[in-house]
Design a protein around this ligand. Structure first.
Ligand code: AMP
Ligand code: ZN
Length: 114
């Protein structure tokens, strides 16, 4: 998608602080971190929201979570705990319509979220 911010980041047309990359996913530091660890994990494939996921994406979504786990371990927060969030549509606060998993950690998380 030519006009998608995260497609541009995945194509390196816009710089980001990359944490992990392979053929199907990219992880980079959130530009406006909400916790000491705030990494976004995205598929390179453009999928606007979780609602557009199909059976064909099952392995990709599994890989997205595995990647988040890997980064949580690399950052040393796996035992303390962390939060994985995927906002969907406007009331959730989704602002970029290319799915992304927020990996948040390094501080006490509250529940319910705001
Ligand atoms: P959401 O509101 O769930 O769609 O999350 C979008 C996230 O993208 C927000 O946490 C933003 O801070 C983050 N963001 C927006 N632009 C950039 C950028 N250029 N590089 C890194 N993160 C970004
Ligand atoms: Zn995109």
């Amino acid at each position: 998608m030519s006009d998608c911010l995260f497609c541009k980041i995945s194509l390196k047309k816009i710089p980001s602080r990359i944490v992990y990359e392979d053929e199907s996913v990219l992880a980079f530091e959130d530009i406006n971190p909400q916790a000491p660890v705030h990494v976004l994990v995205i598929p390179k494939k453009h999928i606007p929201t979780a609602l557009e996921l199909t059976e064909d994406d099952n392995a990709l979504i599994g890989h997205l979570f595995q990647t988040a786990n890997r980064i949580a371990k690399e950052k040393g927060i796996e035992n303390r705990g962390f939060r994985l969030v995927m906002n969907t549509n406007s009331e959730s606060g989704q602002s970029v319509y290319h799915i992304h998993l927020h990996l948040l950690g390094g501080r006490l998380m509250h529940w319910p979220p705001g």
